[in-house]
Design a protein around this ligand. Sequence first.
Ligand code: ATP
Ligand code: MG
Length: 362
Amino acid sequence: MKIVNLKLINFRNYENLEVNFDPSLNIIYGKNGEGKTNLVEAIYTLALTRSFRNINDYKLIRDTETIAKVEGNISNKMTDNYKVIISKDGKKVKVNNNKIQKISDYISKIPLVLFHPDDLRFIKDTPSIRRKSLNISISEINPEYLKVLNYYNKVLKQRNAYLKEMMLNSNKDRHYLDILDEKIITYGMFINSKRKDYIHVINNYLNNIFKNITGIDGLTIEYISDYNNLTKEEILKKYNDNLSKDMSFGKTNFGVHTDDFKFKINDKEVRDYGSEGEQKNVIIAYKFSELEIFKIINGNYPLLILDDLFSELDTEKIDNILKLLKPDCQTFITSTSLSFFNNLKKDSYKQIHIVNGKIEEV
Ligand SMILES: Nc1ncnc2c1ncn2[C@@H]1O[C@H](COP(=O)(O)OP(=O)(O)OP(=O)(O)O)[C@@H](O)[C@H]1O
Ligand SMILES: [Mg+2]
């Protein structure tokens, strides 16, 4: 899957832009604030209809304008035209000029892996950030997972509400709670097994990639879940054992909504022991592992966006990362300097020089 070209109208600081991309490697360079991240954000928006920055869609519209358009031709076996139109009232998506009614039918069509400096939160931040990120990745390769996750969250809400009612009224019917427990366990066991599978496959690649970048051996990601290694009966017993605690808290304390994921290098947690640069390389190794999973599932690589990858990394690590790039995986790298790429063959990539929302011809 490749983006052949991209057309932007009133997107961020781009008034009107047309750009053709290299099928392998695109290096988007320019000074701070010129529009490099905005350009890869447009690619992300074409794929997922929203930004990777946690913002309202309307912020993507160029100041003083009311409507933004992102359009691109995507070649797979055939070439298809994709369009995302964002206005203050909402957004529309089209494939080959046919309006797609459900955004969810659109967003699985252009698989994409992104590295963005905020991804370091995946190590530093709370478990909910890690669960969210995993949920997005697994949903992209398994739409059933997203459905079950939504069911789980709905039943969890119902259970928490019912616990509060039980707390206030001791005559409340226990039978209804049993029905909710049965559902939550069925959905929870499905989620647990998909997360376990995903982490297992990540671990098939993660350490090797990390070793190629840093020379350090022993990186794993560990999946921590209340459900791990328990049978259905054992899980049910846990819910029963926890009932009085759950009632006093008015919420469910046990289940996959408390899952977490930890990176470890030889049993030392990366969050507690890893340097800034090491943490960045861990995330990069994780993203490159995700590429391989997408390749297994879809038969070809997704798009890869690496935004501001190189700050904090030494030149040796940068060279090692560039060696990991695959010619058949279309990649977009933003950078403030071209000097990082001196060791690449000149004809192996396209340089795109951005100056104040325009492409400066080289
Ligand atoms: N909706 C918008 N309308 C117009 N301009 C915008 C809008 N949103 C952001 N900008 C401007 O776009 C500019 C470029 O932002 P961008 O994040 O792409 O820079 P960058 O080239 O990635 O810089 P850096 O090297 O610092 O990461 C900023 O100066 C910002 O003010
Ligand atoms: Mg930027």
